[in-house]
Ligand binder design. Structure first.
Ligand SMILES: [Zn+2]
Ligand SMILES: [Zn+2]
Ligand SMILES: [Zn+2]
Length: 326
């Protein structure tokens, strides 16, 4: 890996280098370093196109240095050709990752979709997963984290397609949609959380750890209650028939679910801050976070997890227009 550099060589003409050590193309026009059209990089790509448009009008201008620095943050490190070569090798079934990718997309995933969800019968594309009725049998990576079958890159070092098939064939494994998986009794979100009010009240100077724990749980609970209240006000998925009922009340698989089985999904991939869940789970207080929560919920609509996943996949190569000129 070589260090990334960018130079302005003429008005509106920028070059940058590929950091891939053995790249024979070396320094190339800046467009070779545009982030791909994908839902992970839409925002960076749009930002980079804006900077390039501004740069086109400037040369020998004091603002150029700052713009070039911004470009350095959003550009990709390797050139488009190097990225395509990598992508191709990952798709080649003769490589380890390629074989696992093919196993998932051409074999196991279509089978899952055809079987449909055991709980509600959902068989829409892209929201199906495997549920372990015995979580202790779930495949784990070296760190001990569970590995889902769709995570094909990880399976390339965990036994490859044969191990994926063995996991798929296990008797304790059933096809389930994301909504029902989130409502399964074994799911963490379905377990009762510690009520911060039951923790002893201590002063910070007496026991800082206990004080901080009670404080952060209390604030997280406040943020979560606020967001869940907003979700319940909306009360249903904007795309399908799924209705929301308060946590702990009666529900019907495939018809209703608790707030955690729904998400605030951004209306445009380009108008996104941190996700609502991230803001809820960080360490900041409810009072500090409320404005950010309101802003992110305001640029979103409510979707059940199944519809959210379908939309995310559909947007992979099409971010949709920004409503905020981002
Ligand atoms: Zn390259
Ligand atoms: Zn289901
Ligand atoms: Zn839905």
């Amino acid at each position: 890996m070589t260090a990334p550099t960018i130079q302005l060589v003429a008005p509106g003409e920028c070059v940058a280098n590929c950091t891939q050590a053995n790249c024979p193309r070396g320094t190339q026009p800046i467009v070779e370093f545009l982030p791909a059209v994908s839902n992970v990089t839409h925002k960076k790509r749009a930002a980079m196109l804006k900077i390039l448009a501004k740069l086109g009008e400037l040369f020998d201008d004091p603002d150029c240095a700052a713009l070039l620095e911004e470009l350095g943050v959003v550009r990709t490190k390797t050139c488009e050709t190097c990225r395509l070569i990598l992508k191709k090798s990952q798709a080649n079934p003769n490589t380890k990752i390629g074989a696992c990718k093919r196993k998932w997309f051409d074999d196991l995933k279509p089978q899952l979709e055809e079987m449909g969800c055991v709980e509600c019968g959902w068989n829409g594309i892209d929201a199906m997963t495997l549920e372990h009725t015995d979580p202790s049998k779930k495949k784990r990576d070296k760190k001990g984290d569970p590995v889902s079958l769709g995570d094909y890159i990880k399976w390339s070092s965990l036994g490859g397609p044969e191990a994926m098939q063995a996991e798929f064939d296990m008797e304790s494994v059933v096809p389930m949609c994301l909504n029902c998986q989130l409502m399964a009794p074994t799911h963490n979100a379905m377990k009762l959380k510690i009520d911060p009010d039951t923790l002893p009240t201590v002063r910070w100077c007496d026991d800082p750890a206990a004080y901080n724990k009670k404080r952060s749980l209390t604030e997280r609970r406040k943020k979560q209650d606020y967001v869940d209240g907003k979700k319940l006000e909306v009360g249903a998925c904007a795309e399908c028939w799924m209705k929301m009922v308060p946590f702990g009340s009666e529900y019907r698989p495939g018809h209703s679910g608790y707030p955690h089985a729904f998400q605030f999904a951004h209306r445009s991939e380009l108008d996104k801050g941190r996700g609502v869940a991230k803001v809820v789970n960080d360490r900041r207080s409810y009072d500090t976070s409320k404005a950010e929560l309101d802003k992110e919920m305001g640029r979103s609509r409510l979707l059940c997890m199944n519809c959210g996943k379908v939309e995310t996949d559909e947007r992979k190569n099409a971010p949709g227009p920004s409503e905020e000129e981002n």
